[in-house]
Design a binder for this molecule. Structure first.
Ligand code: MC0
Length: 146
């Protein structure tokens, strides 16, 4: 089951300037930032709200780290804007298998590493009415009790 909007991915040319726009305009602060070399992005996660499934919804700001990355290619063609939407699920493997059965192309054989240690896969935008769609299972939250 898909239980939340995990994040909306927004492609930008300059991450620091875009973070500053979201901070000064809306008051959203950076919850987490990282570089994902495999995906070729530097990203900032701005937490919007927690969700009833125990997760949260974020805006994910993405700046490409190399010219051959998917985000760089997309920016060159479209300019800045919404790049993808991500749905959260407790079981990305099962969800991807179910969706593949329905004839939608799942882009990865096995989920890969996403933001904050999550496991992610993508659905082809041409099979999703023009929307690049990501499925996310968050990393387990570490218990504070040891
Ligand atoms: C491409 N297309 C899109 C699109 N990207 N449509 C909607 N939204 C997008 N973001 C369209 C193009 O306009 C084109 O349509 C067609 O798909 C083929 O695109 P292409 O430019 O020729 O590029 P391809 O085929 O080489 O690659 C497209 C594909 C790729 C979706 C397969 O971008 C991909 O593998 N994306 C998944 C990985 C990704 O995006 N990673 C970055 C975020 P026309 O009509 O012109 O033929 S990483 C991330 O988000 C992680 C860190 C996380 O969340 O934790």
């Amino acid at each position: 089951m898909l239980t939340r909007i995990d994040h909306i991915g927004i492609a930008c040319f300059d991450l620091d300037k875009t973070v500053e726009f979201y901070r000064s305009t809306y008051g959203f602060e950076v919850f987490h930032s990282e570089v994902n070399e495999e995906q070729g992005v530097r990203e900032a996660m701005l937490k919007i709200n927690e969700t009833s499934d125990g997760g949260a919804s974020y805006l994910q700001l993405l700046e490409p780290t190399r010219e051959d990355s998917t985000v760089a290619k997309w920016l060159a063609k479209n300019g800045e804007g919404v790049h993808h939407i991500a749905f959260g699920t407790a079981d990305v493997d099962a969800e991807a298998a179910d969706i593949k059965e329905k004839g939608v192309r799942v882009l990865y054989e096995e989920p890969r590493r996403g933001s904050m240690g999550s496991r992610i896969t993508f659905l082809h935008p041409k099979d999703c009415h023009g929307v690049l769609t990501e499925l996310v299972t968050s990393a387990p939250v570490e218990s504070s009790e040891h």
